[in-house]
Design a protein around this ligand. Structure first.
Ligand code: SAH
Length: 442
């Protein structure tokens, strides 16, 4: 989400101010920090980075420093109290106002704070995505209404709001015309999507997926993140008739204990979560599932933790994200007394991560000898005749090919597995794949 926002900021300022990106802070006229406050550690990093930039301002009085994202949204004016050399404080919903904010600071040298939540306004101001890769992120909804007790997102990014359906379809068609072959639909809970159509009707997430699948040139559709709460049967049905939707799903469960899920206010039980997965497996037997886990939520007992481990094995999760619970100010869980020693939490996290890594490795090893369709993303960084592509299940595969294959689909036979990186030999390029498909239809 933050990477997406940062790329939008870069596109916008390039359009309005002809700015370009630099890796060298000393060269910059404007330094912007796009921040995340999902866990405390991420938040603390902000002030460390600002401390380093403070010195640059001593040498360049015209330098403008801005802080955006969720820490800005949460802390607002307090950022200036800790770092009074910050000129601009903007939120995730006001990043499109940056050009004006920069001009105002430049001419009047007064600090500007705008962390309001103007609904969807920003999408009318952001330029069309500039694309160099065959894959692109497309934001379809923003914010969150779920108010899970551990989570800061509803407070920093605002309530759920969906972009109009036709704006999304237009953006994706535009991307397809630029050579994009795969889209990743982005939002805090994409399956809560309820966008308005030009006829004034409501379009649900399952309807949106089917409409996107009809766009010529787009051959793979992913989405992130969805919530088990609204993973309804009509969405599961899309997996039946929409082959472009990948057989890989990131569906955060957080915990395998119903007691903890209730305390987290996740609104589903472990059984309900497993039912969703079973229904999906009935349609797509090879579907792979990944998840997020929070370890050491206040009062989590050894028994609760073992239930999480049991679920990890039962679902056979692929590569997943796991975090030690981080207390966020103002969230309901911050009031639950947290009595688990940090050493114990670390121990649980490492046990969980070991299990998941082993399972992910087994998923990779199972691919040895199989033929995989890759979307070729570019030359491998170490070797220019070696290309890298991505499988449906998000594995990077390296293989020898020619540069004109970038941005196309190829079939590769997997010959080696090293950790999470796979190696393969080219079997068939896109022309032959298309020929093969045409042949099958004849
Ligand atoms: N909307 C999605 C994910 C949102 S944030 C969902 O609700 O499932 C991404 C991940 O950060 C979460 O899935 C959760 O695992 C983690 N996270 C959020 N708040 C956290 C906290 N206070 N401590 C530790 N991890 C947290």
């Amino acid at each position: 989400m933050n990477e997406y926002d940062s790329s939008k900021i870069a596109d916008l300022l390039s359009d309005t101010h002809d700015f370009s990106l630099t890796d060298i802070a000393e060269e910059a006229d404007v330094l912007l920090l796009n921040t995340c406050s999902i866990r405390e550690k991420a938040q603390e990093k902000v002030f460390h980075q600002l401390g380093r930039w403070k010195n640059l301002k001593k040498h360049n009085s015209k330098l403008i420093i801005g802080v955006g994202g969720c820490v800005a949204s949460q802390e607002g004016m307090q950022i200036r109290q800790r770092a009074n050399y910050v000129d601009i404080i903007f939120g995730p919903q006001t990043l499109h106002r940056l050009p004006n904010m920069i001009d105002a600071v430049d001419s009047r040298r007064i600090p500007i704070i705008d962390i309001s939540f103007p609904e969807l306004e920003k999408f009318d101001y952001l330029p069309m995505t500039r694309i160099e890769n065959p894959t692109a992120f497309v934001s379809i909804m923003e914010g969150c209404n779920k108010y899970c007790t551990f989570c800061i997102v509803p407070y920093t990014r605002g309530e759920e709001i969906s972009r109009p359906c036709d704006d999304i379809l237009f953006e994706i068609s535009h991307l397809a015309n630029q050579g994009v072959r795969e889209v990743n639909l982005l939002g805090q809970n994409v399956n809560a999507y309820r966008g308005i159509t030009f006829e004034g009707k409501i379009c649900t997430f399952s309807e949106l997926l089917r409409l996107i699948s009809m766009i010529d040139g787009i051959d793979r559709i992913r989405f992130t993140t969805s919530h088990p709460m609204e993973f309804t049967d009509d969405l599961i049905d899309v997996y039946k008739d929409t082959p472009k939707l990948v057989s890989f799903l990131h569906l955060p469960v957080q915990s395998g204990s119903d007691r903890i899920l209730t305390l987290m206010k996740r609104s589903y039980t472990v059984t309900e979560y497993k039912q969703i997965i079973r229904k999906l497996q009935a349609i797509r037997p090879n579907i792979q599932i990944s998840s997020d886990f929070i370890i050491g939520f206040p009062t989590e007992s050894q028994q609760d933790f073992e239930k999480t481990l049991k679920l990890v094995k039962e679902i056979n999760f692929d590569m997943s994200f796991s975090f030690i619970y981080s207390q966020r100010p103002g969230t309901p869980a911050a009031d639950i007394s947290d009595n688990i020693p940090i050493e114990e939490k670390k121990e649980r996290l490492s046990i969980l991560q070991n299990h998941i890594n082993q399972q992910a490795l087994q998923w990779s090893r199972r691919m040895l000898g199989t033929t995989q369709r890759l979307l070729v993303e570019g030359p491998s960084s170490k070797n220019t005749i070696e290309l890298t592509g991505r499988t449906v299940n998000n594995r990077i595969v390296k293989f020898k090919g020619s540069i004109n294959m970038i941005g196309t689909f190829v079939d590769v036979k997997i010959t080696d597995v090293y950790g999470h990186t796979l190696y393969g030999v080219l079997l068939c390029n896109e022309n032959k794949i298309a020929h093969h498909i045409a042949g099958n239809h004849a």
